[in-house]
Design a protein around this ligand. Sequence first.
Ligand SMILES: [Zn+2]
Length: 371
Amino acid sequence: MITTSLPLPLQSPGASHSLTVHRFGRPGARPQVYIQAALHADEIPGMLCAVHLRERLAAIETEGALRGEIVLVPVANPFGLGQTVLGHAIGRFALGDGSNFNRDFPDLEPGTAERVRDRLGRDPAQNVALVRAAMAEELAAWPAETPVAVLKKTLVGLALGADLVLDLHCDAEGAMHLYTLPTSAGVFAPLGAWLGSKATLVAEVSGGDPFDEVFSRPWVSLATRFPDVPLPLAAHAVTVELRGQADVDHALAKADAAAIIAFLSHAGALAGTPPTLPGQEGTIARLDQSETLTAPHAGIVVFRCAAGDMIRAGDPVVDIVDPLTGAISTVLATSSGVLFARNSTRFATPGKRLGKIAGDGSRRSGKLLGL
Ligand SMILES: [Zn+2]
């Protein structure tokens, strides 16, 4: 294991931050896998999982059983990790401007297409190398003027060129679930099975430019743009939602790390045969058909269903109780699927998002991710 520390821009004189990067295996070995935790800095389950991953990968490397190269960033957002307001950690949004740390990453595809337009040939491997180089040039040209933008650019630079990218997050309260592109769902199905994922939410474009889509989306778009040249999908990325924010537990983190190690073995990054796949796999659901339950008015939030429950259209999911009159409004599901996430606050304002169902409702368009 080689550990490096990348300095980040000073946010104020004397206040320095850095990004710690652990590298395992021979540089340049394939498959190359990039794993980061806690880009939303108040999502701690991935951080503990990364601690267990680091131990396991170091031991595997010592045994000489590493075939690929693994890059692990256990704390992807040192800026966010330092943000607290009156004792509460604020790690999802930058306090400086309110921006979400996992939104507005660059779309490298249009510029990459221009760079490779007249240079793609008949050799798929050469085309992949050409596109990877062009994407790196596009990233280098991406302006990053604020410390947070530099952080984003640095993280993308670390993961760019990887065959597989795993971004470890969690929901407020949640069952294990994944987000990825439809074309990558099959690649990550074994990961989901080992993790015990209840649902994989897929979208061609989620609308928020999250971290994972930087790497996978350009390959799909380029293959569509240049249908006459052989251009394989050379990068697949997934956002792994490790249940809820309070699900920080040694046993869970150890099991999640073991599941990721099994997937790395399955992907050919480790020597030996991977463990047997569990029989059960979570459902694959379209993100644009997922249902967000909202509060019809202010009141006390009392859930009737747990995260991970299978819901049918018409089922009562959550009560909103008026604290002055005792009147209850029950929010019913309008679609069927897994209740994969719940809000963790127990008092709602009108319109507040209460929970999410990997449903089968009518398709939405626009920005499909929450704030
Ligand atoms: Zn997150």
